[in-house]
Ligand binder design. Structure first.
Ligand code: 5AD
Ligand code: SF4
Length: 468
């Protein structure tokens, strides 16, 4: 596998950073222990993998928990307000650990670090933190640690032009399934969402770089890749060479990787070409996460979502028709400012029509600096909670109903690791992203095996390896 070296990278694209290939610089951190606590979405989980790789390159080894760590990193999420309280609660406990371990360093990174109000709060009340760094400069972490000054170090950038390339030796949590960032940031500016402010504008990686990474993972024996972006449909828009997500997906399929997934898709510019490509290649998994957010046209407009209920439904049904046994999940927000009972009923109608395989549901949380946070809101929290409860009951009913269709069927499952449901079990996923706990020989870990489904519950399936 030939990865470009640093010099080539600089010539090719000044805004591209290569990292992870750096040799151990000195023994400053040798055998020190790190612990990373990750909040939020898959993008953050993947960033934490990258951070772990950078630290191990420096000589750090993993700690078992925050209690025996010399370096604690909180990789934070800003999407909803409650994450803020959890993070500062955890930090407060870590502050006490500093009394026992004088060398302990506390670091905060991720989306909250990009919020000015959070940085102000840290400078005023949490100066026991050693380092704050943002989402645009993860690759600088080794430099920051090597040159850490006493007291609080703040390294947050609003530089939005960068695209990050990982090296061949990039360490991942799994040997079988891998996340691949295909783009960074989001330009959609949905009125409730903080992501465009914390992650910056849309920047796509070059197709050749993504394909190189997929091929490299295939050579290493990986069975599945998930292409990651806040809105993967927008992939390529900034490259100006005609590259589209459909083209990327097709080329990734042609690498022969066993399983290909992607998240997240905005319903607004999900093209027919994308649907055709998903339907055409059996190694592109029939699973689409398609956030609805609301079923009311009035609320969708206030949210700045760029589609109507009818357009969402038309897309949903087209996917169901054209992609054999596709499973579709969604995100829904209840209690957007001034959402009326009638608006909420519209959402329930869409849920009844789509009968989603699953849904992540949230109560709207105002985020400072977003347009929706300035809207007045007359709906009491108790009503929002009641709506969430009602919605969840309906959503769970349909997840269960969809899962029951798997009973007694034989389906291919990629077994990814030991199951929490018993010593003799591994867990894995169907092509449609259903979690399955499988009674089987542990040696099957990492393989795609036919599994007979013996029990179907709302959030998971049970199965045994089917006779061949
Ligand atoms: N309040 C509640 N939920 C939100 N989401 C994004 N921003 C907010 C907010 N301010 C939800 C959306 C999105 C998911 C990742 O989080 O449903 O799709
Ligand atoms: Fe946020 Fe909307 Fe972008 Fe999704 S598409 S990350 S909800 S702004």
């Amino acid at each position: 596998m030939n990865l470009p070296n640093m010099q080539e990278a600089k010539r090719r694209d000044l805004n591209t950073h290569y990292r992870y290939e750096a040799p151990l610089v000195n023994n400053q951190f040798k055998d020190q222990k790190y612990f990373i606590k990750t909040y939020g979405c898959q993008m953050n989980v993947h960033d934490s993998e990258e951070i772990a790789g950078l630290l191990e390159n420096l000589g750090y080894v993993p700690a078992t928990s925050e209690l025996d760590a010399d370096l604690i990193i909180l990789n934070t999420c800003a999407i909803r307000e409650n994450a803020h309280d959890k993070v500062f609660g955890f930090l407060g406990r870590c502050k006490h650990l500093k009394k026992e371990n004088k060398n302990l360093k506390l670091v905060l990174c991720g989306c909250m670090a990009q919020e000015k109000s959070v940085v102000d709060e840290i400078m005023e009340h949490h100066t026991y933190i050693d380092l704050v760094f943002g989402t645009h400069n993860i690759h600088e972490l080794p430099n920051y640690l090597m040159n850490l000054k006493a007291g609080l170090n703040i390294e947050v950038k609003s530089n939005e032009g960068d695209v990050i390339e990982v090296g061949e030796n990039f360490k991942r949590d799994s040997q079988y399934v891998a996340w691949i960032n295909i783009m960074y940031g989001c330009d959609k500016f949905c009125t409730y969402c903080i992501v465009p402010y914390t992650r910056g504008k849309e920047r796509s990686r070059k197709m050749e770089d993504v394909l190189r990474e997929v091929n490299c993972l295939k050579e290493k024996g990986y069975k599945e890749v998930t292409l990651l972006g806040q809105n993967v449909n927008a992939y390529g828009h900034d490259l100006e060479d005609g590259t589209t997500f459909a083209k990327l997906l097709e080329n990734v399929a042609l690498t022969g990787m066993d399983r290909i997934r992607f998240v997240t898709s905005h319903p607004w510019n999900f093209t027919d070409e994308m649907i055709d490509i998903i339907a055409k290649y059996p190694n592109i998994m029939p699973y689409i996460h398609l956030p609805l957010q609301s079923g009311s046209d009035r609320i969708l407009k206030l949210m700045g979502r760029r589609y109507t209920k009818a357009e969402y439904l038309a897309l949903f049904h087209k996917m169901k028709e054209r992609i054999p046994h596709v499973s579709i999940t969604t995100d829904i927000i209840v209690g957007f400012p001034n959402e009326s009972d009638a608006d909420f009923e519209e959402t329930l109608k869409v849920v009844d029509e789509c009968q989603f395989d699953g849904a992540f549901t949230f109560i709207y949380s105002p985020r400072e600096g977003t347009p929706a946070a300035k809207m007045t809101d007359s709906i009491p929290l108790a009503i929002k909670e009641e709506r969430l409860h009602r919605l969840n009951e309906i959503v769970n009913k349909y997840s269960n109903m969809n899962n029951q269709k798997y009973l007694d069927k034989i389906v291919p499952v990629l077994l990814v690791g030991p199951s929490e449901k018993g010593q003799d079990k591994l867990y894995g996923y169907t092509d449609t992203m259903k979690l399955v706990n499988v009674q089987c020989d542990k040696a099957l870990e990492g393989q795609i095996v036919p599994v007979k489904i013996t029990e179907a519950k709302s959030f998971s399936l049970d199965g045994i390896v089917a006779e061949k």
